[in-house]
Design a protein around this ligand. Sequence first.
Ligand code: TXA
Ligand code: MG
Length: 331
Amino acid sequence: METCILEPTKKNILKAVEVLNSNGVIGMPTETVYGLAAVGYDSKAVKKIFEIKGRPADNPLIAHVHKDFDLSLLVHIENSYAYSLIKSFMPGPLTLVFKSKGVVCKEAVAGGDTLAIRMPMHKDCQNLLKEINKPLVAPSANLSKHTSPVTAMHVKNDLDGKISIILDGGKCSGGIESTVLDVTGPVPRILRAGLITKEMIESVVGACEIAMHKEGDKVKSPGVKYTHYKPKCDTALFTEDNLEELVKVYNNYVENGKTPYVMCKNSVAKKLGNLNFLLLGETEEEVAFNLYDSLLLGEKKADVILAVAMPNEKGVNMGIMNRLKKSCGVV
Ligand code: TXA
Ligand code: MG
């Protein structure tokens, strides 16, 4: 099958809707990362998502809906604080996990009794969701374990020949996946950190927990137990107070005829002098925006990416560090 990257014109959105309504799967833009979408009621199409990605069947998918979609058609909203979160952060890069009403097919929720819902704010994604008027379940549009795609070309590089259409909505403005928040309990719990931070959630609903995954625990968000986000080259992670060690390792690679790249914030690069760099910008938002693009550029140019950790794990840095550690195989 030929994979076409299409501008998100009205005509092409109708083409995508036609594919989706005939048990098909497409690549779609969102403001976080690109998704691999199918109609959430369609078991046959949803199974294709798992096949195409090589995704374990026990890892559930997020249902994406239009901003005017009535969530109560799909889930039970049991806690009133969830309404405040919806009002404050949706549409946007927040996914809420509710008790499911069982309308979305069981393959999509991996047989579980909860459903994760997100309202992307990306304009072209909203247009697609409006036109189809059904929930689209979508994981990130990468092969399982690989770095998530933030451009249509990244999707094509991973899934060429496996899907017919990728709608090109430009480079994702957010750059890391949505915050996944369990709202089935008395206090919301972050299952995956992202651009909607713990601090932002607390400012709206007072309290917010972070799910900790200890060995032997029942995993609440199955995705977090898999290795993830790995570029195809080697990776290593250094802290900002260990730059001497980083330079030693860098020089060692060079002496062995290899090409290392240092992935770090601009201000850290200034301290390091004249090396190969993948620059992440300076603010948390810039780093999130550049992170996957840099990893995917790095795997093309470098034998090894030597990444420098963020100075803390607060705010958006919590989500950034979660991805960075996994892509460097640290956790
Ligand atoms: O930003 C995003 O969330 C992107 C875009 C495409 O929307 N999607 C995305 O999907 O990152 P995926 O499948 O790569 O990651 C979804 C995460 C996984 O960790 C999965 O285990 C978790 O959400 N998840 C999905 N449904 C869940 C549920 N019912 N309960 C708990 N965790 C769930
Ligand atoms: Mg993913």
